[in-house]
Ligand binder design. Structure first.
Ligand code: SF4
Length: 381
């Protein structure tokens, strides 16, 4: 780092080949002209970001998420890179693109390589073909493994997403997916429990045979570190030095710029989100007005309790001195006093403070609720 202010940038690509039944993300199959309109508007947003924030600053991380960014045709990527290449990036900028196994190609990988993409986050989800069919994923386990290999051979760092607690899934099948991915040598694995979101198709047509995910998560916590992938966040495991710096920016509450419909950002204590509607977002961008549809500025206990929850997602946990300096000693005391009311086995000491133990990570949601209550108390008073 050369002393310049640094930002992260999140770009939301809302397009997918088809909609998965469990998905509640802002994503859909595009209609004619929508991909081109989205691309033109992103180019405008990137130019505005360039002039608004990056005159004397640079990007430390860039993340294309979705949706399925790899679904964008080569032509759109070429247009995007013309705008992206004009944004100053730090020499070791981490640039991640989310991809699905059925839409990575040698040509796309070569183009991404030429323009500084360093990392690919692959939506593998499972290495069991029956599970993939049930999830209505448009790829097979063979395609997933081939995609991992192709990305690795093209020189990218690869992260694989896997899902557990799937309909009909057993611990044995979960282990097969985990061990199959570990054997590929990927440096990063994210594990997500299937949750039935009310807005998803499965929200109104619940699948049968949903297992309890607790034992599966526990197995991942036991197995992956033994294979060299340390748990550094509640859902993330990485080999040394392969942690996602972009995700760490969210958990550490550093500045994140946003582009695209439904994209979230965080700047100077203000969290904001763009219109979660392609047309509304595009109209705003095309007419030169802000596409922000929601924002909140957190202060006091609410800000501190959110910061505590985000920090406790990570193995770093809370650095007590730094926390007190940034949010105030009384807020740290309030959090510590709440933590003392919970079982001590949920926490462990770190050099600079405390973090969740593996057991605590397994009941993370209940711990977040307790901590956020501190902030809720302030809102009601
Ligand atoms: S590919 Fe990903 S973003 Fe697209 S519908 Fe499926 S889960 Fe959602």
């Amino acid at each position: 780092m050369d002393g310049k202010r640094e930002f992260s940038l999140y770009v939301h690509v809302p397009f997918c080949r088809s909609k998965c039944p469990y998905c509640a993300f802002y994503s859909f199959r595009p209609r004619s002209g929508e991909v081109e309109r989205w691309t033109d508007c992103i180019v405008k947003e990137l130019a505005a970001i360039r002039h608004g924030y990056l005159d004397d600053a640079q990007l430390a991380t860039v993340y294309f998420g979705g949706g399925t960014p790899s679904y964008l045709p080569l032509e759109q990527w070429r247009t995007l890179f013309k705008a992206l290449d004009a944004l100053p990036r730090s020499p070791d900028c981490e640039f991640t693109v989310e991809a699905n196994p059925d839409s990575v190609s040698t040509e796309k990988l070569a183009l991404w390589n030429d323009h500084g993409v360093t990392r690919i986050s692959l939506g593998v989800q499972s290495l069991d073909d029956d599970e993939l069919k049930r999830l209505a994923r448009p790829h097979t386990s063979r395609q997933a493994l081939d995609a991992v290999e192709l990305c690795q051979q093209s020189g990218f760092r690869v992260s694989a997403d896997l899902m557990f607690a799937l309909p009909g899934q057993t611990l044995r099948k979960w282990h097969k997916s985990l061990s199959g991915i570990v054997r590929t040598g990927v440096g990063h694995i994210s594990v997500y429990q299937l949750t039935i979101e009310p807005e998803s198709f499965w929200g109104s047509h619940q699948p049968e045979g949903l297992p309890d995910g607790y034992a599966m998560y526990r197995w991942a916590q036991y197995y992956l570190p033994r294979k060299g992938l340390k748990q550094y966040e509640i859902a993330s495991f990485a080999r040394e030095g392969r942690e996602s710096r972009h995700n760490l920016a969210y958990w550490r509450r550093t500045s994140v710029l946003a582009a695209g419909p439904g994209a979230w950002g965080f700047l100077d204590g203000r969290r904001f989100a763009h219109h979660k509607d392609l047309a509304a977002w595009a109209e705003a961008v095309e007419s030169g007005v802000s596409p922000v549809a929601y924002e909140e500025r957190q202060t006091g206990t609410r800000e501190a309790s959110e910061a505590a929850v985000l920090a406790l997602r990570t193995a770093e946990g809370i650095d007590c001195k730094a926390f007190a300096r940034r949010y105030g000693r009384p807020y740290l005391d309030a959090i510590v006093s709440k933590v003392r009311q919970m079982p001590s086995s949920y926490f462990c000491r770190t050099q600079r403070g405390f973090s969740l133990s593996p057991r605590g990570m397994r009941v993370g949601n209940a711990i977040w609720c307790e901590l956020l209550e501190i902030g809720e108390g302030e809102r009601q008073s």
